[in-house]
Design a protein around this ligand. Structure first.
Ligand code: HEM
Length: 154
């Protein structure tokens, strides 16, 4: 059994939980004009940490598994096949962009002067990152070859 893949699969739920929580906090902050609290800061910190661990596990899966070798060996064929292209190119590149947005978001929010600005920046940066992550998860309803189970299969 590939334990790295099992943890990567389970940890998606932590990423989604903290991501959703962060975006809901930002939405309620923007619309109810509330203060930017320590709890808001902690929630998006957990979102960032879960994305960091997910990136690390993903890099191990990518470079220790077959996806990178496949791409190196025959990039043309990989790009022609939707499922291979998804894991060899799309999943990794879009998830790294989402991870970058989360990190940039944290520093933009830190730098913002007012609570209203902090909520607005949270909504934009973390919101776009969450949408990207949701779009690039290999959900069970995706095409054969891409689709993976919601939970690891033992
Ligand atoms: C927030 C970020 C990420 C989320 C939520 C996520 C989610 C997932 C999920 C749910 C799977 C399917 C697991 C299964 O088979 O049950 C998967 C597979 C995989 N992910 Fe990610 N991932 C993320 C980031 C990354 C990154 C940054 C990389 C690469 C650097 C990566 C590389 C991979 C690889 C190589 C697979 C293996 C597919 C396979 O061989 O079956 N992931 N990811």
């Amino acid at each position: 059994m590939n334990y790295t893949l099992v943890i990567h699969s389970i940890l998606r739920w932590a990423v989604l939980l903290f991501g959703l929580w962060t975006v809901i906090n930002a939405l309620s902050g923007v619309f109810s004009k509330t203060k930017y609290t320590n709890s808001d800061n902690r929630t998006n910190l957990f979102f960032m940490i879960s994305c960091d661990i997910q990136l690390l596990l993903g890099l191990v899966l990518y470079f220790n598994g077959s996806w990178f070798n496949l791409l190196k060996a025959n990039a043309k064929e990989v790009m022609k096949d939707g499922a291979n292209r998804f894991f060899a190119v799309e999943h990794i590149s879009m998830m790294i962009i989402a991870w970058l947005l989360v990190h940039l978001g944290r520093s933009m929010v830190k730098r913002a002067d007012t609570d209203a600005q902090k909520h607005k920046k949270s909504l934009i940066w973390f919101g776009i990152a969450l949408v990207l992550i949701l779009a690039m998860i290999p959900w069970p309803f995706r095409q054969i070859g891409i689709s993976r189970a919601l939970f690891p299969q033992f």
